[in-house]
Design a protein around this ligand. Structure first.
Ligand code: CP
Length: 310
């Protein structure tokens, strides 16, 4: 397949930009790349000679590492910059940082930033393709895509599935990307969490807001739990994590309401004993580490597809 065939997107900024055909194309491409990671020599020359800069202004384990692993498996040259080691600490603006990086002619900039819309802004000021690796509470499209890939792998199809997303919806870019992605693919999304953490208007994205944990989880095909993001809460929006675990945490008893083959997901990092109990996190239905494995394949696909449009 020629790089970028049938793929018209220069930047990857949010899930909203994708039609069902785009998502199918990305997931099929990711699927074809996945086996590279299980070869004895995990490297192909596909992106040799291309330069990818990972610009991370927020902490990350999975996303940053998997973009780097994905790029290296495709033989690209990768460079990592974090806020704490960049001249942002000396007052340089994001745009100035980006223009200076752009002057070194990278092909792709992967950006994580605490401000919603930062990747969109960047894409208007640099020549490189920009991939959003999570912007504030807005979107995390590569996470949404790896979640779709993981469910599709286990279920064969995404149409008609019941997806329950439980937790801090207000601050979750993962929730927004997943609501967009799953509804585009024909799944039904139900959200539930403390009323202080359910944003007004989330139903406009196509999600049904539930009034009980039972309503959300009963007969679900997928139970996706989200991290409580205390760092994004200016005022405490929960009495305590203990109370959250008691009323919103997924235990094996709660999970028994879902379909017998329901998948348990979490984008990470997990607060064990808060969003879900350790037996559920590590149980037979958990696909949390499959999500991480698929993250590399999805990011290989995204790098490859945007390079085809450079
Ligand atoms: N899922 C996710 O974005 O994890 P990191 O913050 O570790 O990248």
């Amino acid at each position: 397949m020629a790089p970028g065939m049938d793929f018209t997107h220069r930047h990857i900024l949010d899930m909203h930009q994708f039609a069902r055909e785009d998502i199918d194309h990305i997931l099929n491409t990711a699927d074809s790349f996945k086996e590279i990671s299980s070869r004895p020599i995990k490297k192909v020359p596909t992106l040799r000679g291309h330069t990818i800069i990972n610009l991370f202004f927020e902490p990350s384990t999975r996303t940053r590492l998997s973009f780097e692993v994905a790029a290296k498996r495709m033989s690209a040259d990768t460079f990592n910059i974090s806020a704490s080691t960049s001249s942002a600490t000396k007052g340089e603006t994001l745009i100035d940082t980006a223009r200076n990086i752009s002057a070194m002619h990278p092909d792709i900039i992967v950006l994580r930033h605490s401000s919603s819309g930062a990747p969109h802004l960047l894409s208007r000021h640099v020549n490189a393709a920009v991939i959003n690796a999570g912007d504030g509470a807005h979107e995390h499209p590569s996470q949404g895509l790896l979640d779709l890939m993981t469910v599709k792998e286990h279920r064969g199809s995404l149409a008609g599935l019941k997806i329950a997303i439980i937790g801090d919806i207000t601050h979750s870019r993962v929730a927004r990307s997943n609501i967009e992605g799953f509804t585009t693919m024909g799944s039904e999304v139900f959200v539930y969490g403390p009323s202080t953490l359910i944003p007004h208007g989330i139903d406009n994205l196509g999600a049904t807001v539930c009034t009980s944990l039972e309503q959300a989880v009963r007969d679900a095909d997928v139970v996706m739990t989200l991290r409580i993001q205390r760092e994004r809460q200016n005022d405490p929006l929960l009495p305590s994590l203990r109370e959250y675990a008691r009323y919103f945490g997924i235990t094996s008893e709660v999970l028994s309401l879902a379909r017998p083959d329901a998948l348990i997901m979490h984008p990470g990092p997990v607060n064990r004993g808060v969003e879900l109990t350790p037996d559920v996190a590590d149980g037979a239905r958990s696909v949390i580490l499959d999500q991480v494995t698929n993250g590399v394949a999805v990011r290989m696909a995204l790098l490859y597809l945007v390079m085809g449009n450079a």
